[in-house]
Write a protein that binds this ligand. Structure first.
Ligand code: SF4
Ligand code: SF4
Length: 102
């Protein structure tokens, strides 16, 4: 299995997220403009890093150290399975809409 095959194409990393010390909140009202929200697949996958400035490559280091991926991400699970995940994860909070405080 290749590194890319680990991804389960859930698309959670393609929505706006708010990173808190112990959780990642996914805002389903704010997808990347290149995400097909019906299939949860990227519409520019091969060129995504050239086209989308927000798009970042998931690497083993990201999975081990990163805080921006949701705990249910297959790469986070990969790191946990290999006992090399350094960050404690609490259950991910999911909201339909994040409201500003105004
Ligand atoms: S460009 Fe990146 S963040 Fe946007 S949908 Fe594609 S993979 Fe997701
Ligand atoms: S959150 Fe993880 S498993 Fe889901 S699409 Fe993004 S990289 Fe793949």
């Amino acid at each position: 299995m290749s590194w890319e095959d680990i991804c389960r194409r859930c698309g959670l990393c393609c929505f706006s997220r708010t990173i808190y010390p112990d959780e990642v909140v996914v805002d389903f009202s704010s997808p990347c403009s290149f995400l097909d929200t019906a299939t949860r697949l990227c519409t520019v996958y091969e060129e995504r890093f050239d086209i989308c400035s927000e798009c970042t490559k998931v690497t083993p280091l990201t999975a081990i150290l990163g805080t921006s991926l949701p705990p249910s991400c297959a790469y986070i699970e990969w790191a946990r399975r290999h006992r090399i995940r350094l960050r404690h994860d609490k259950p991910m909070a999911v909201v339909d809409e994040l409201r500003s405080s105004d």
